[in-house]
Design a protein around this ligand. Sequence first.
Ligand code: PMP
Length: 355
Amino acid sequence: MLLNFDAGPATLPREVLDQAAKAIMEYDNTGLSILEIPHRGALFQAILDEANALVRELLNVEQEYEVLWLQGGGRLQFSMVPMNFLAEGQTAGYIDSGHWAAEAIKAARLYGQTATVASSREERYKHIPQWAGIPPELAYLHLTGNNTIFGTQFRHFPETVVPLVADMSSELFSRVLDYDKFDLIYAVAQKNIGPAGVTLVVVKKALLDKGPVRELPEILDYQVLSRHNSVLNTPPVFAIYCSLLNLRWIRGQGIKELEARNGEKAALLYKTIDESPLFYGVADVASRSSMNVCFRAYSEEYTAAFLDFALKNGITGIKGHRSVGGFRASLYNAISLEHVQQLVNVIRKFEALAT
Ligand code: PMP
């Protein structure tokens, strides 16, 4: 098997894959494959109930939050948030910290006004921009906790009276945070949760009650989706089941322990890059992400050569996003310190050959 540092779909724990593979052949002695179980029966209901309870437990949020498993990816959430909570004539605040944040702003403009309360666009998103004073009349404030493409991550979050909405796609379950600071969190599964095809939304009931601010198709209305417990239409049963398996794995590891391990992994890789004669880190040190480590070669001739060398040495998924180039190693929960050490060894070996 290759060691996969892709930003998503990303590496999942081996034991999760083993259990998922078994469930495809037969789910829990039912005589059915997990791919065949009915989505409105007791079997799937039990999967959903356990997954919802685990999400609340791991994020340490109570019953005042609804847990939804939706389709349409992060991109649909860019639109659903303003559709549901930004009325015409109102303004929503956005922190523009990277490509996905900017895409979320673009999507919101169809529904109301947007105010960019902080942006690091002019500095090529090398750091998390600093905000000063969040206007209290905003419909909500949206931020992207971890910027997958630029490798930056929030260390602290704005204090504000307006509902706080966070795209946590590339970091949910990777660190301990006061998640109840947030009124709505969303995260695509294909990074730290499970396979592509499902998006987790955790929303405070108080915010849910404020929407929808316009007439919406039922499938885009958080209230309706919540009333139907994520089963308005046929949900992606298998993706949710795999997410449950991974949530059990995360609980077994412990988020505190995962956070410590994620810190060690990132420190090891950043140290290697900082000491490298060939490579340098892209993000400002104070904003560096523990999830996506973005780096470049001083000399372009090494970019293709290193990708090729890495693959020959069993490492894949380290090509930077097509919009920025360079390299990106994603260190989500399922990547171990030993995996990172293997990547470091390959970097060192390449340096020895090239210099
Ligand atoms: N938000 C973030 C932070 C992301 O990294 C991504 C995808 N990499 C998205 C949103 C978009 O997700 P999707 O492709 O599932 O729509």
